[in-house]
Design a protein around this ligand. Structure first.
Ligand SMILES: [Zn+2]
Ligand SMILES: [Zn+2]
Length: 78
């Protein structure tokens, strides 16, 4: 079983404070299962499904990037 994190890395995050917006990328579960390419020994690319915390909501399941007018480039948070 997986569960959502309570908060993201930000200390005072306004998005973590609210419960009314679900992350539209992971549908509020905080996890997603993208497919990643993996090349085997013969050079054949194989797609494998992985499970990782949703990057858009930091695994909180709460919408952190609602569609806004300002375009903000995310600086790598490491
Ligand atoms: Zn947050
Ligand atoms: Zn998410």
């Amino acid at each position: 079983m997986t569960s959502t994190r309570e908060r993201c890395a930000l200390t005072d995050c306004e998005w973590c404070e609210r419960d009314d917006l679900r992350c539209r990328f992971c549908e509020g579960v905080g996890w997603w299962r993208p497919e990643k390419p993996r090349r085997d020994g013969c050079g054949v690319i194989d797609w494998i499904r992985v499970e990782e915390p949703c990057r858009m909501c930091a695994g909180t399941g709460k919408e952190h990037n609602p569609l806004v007018t300002a375009s903000e480039n995310g600086a790598g948070t490491g």
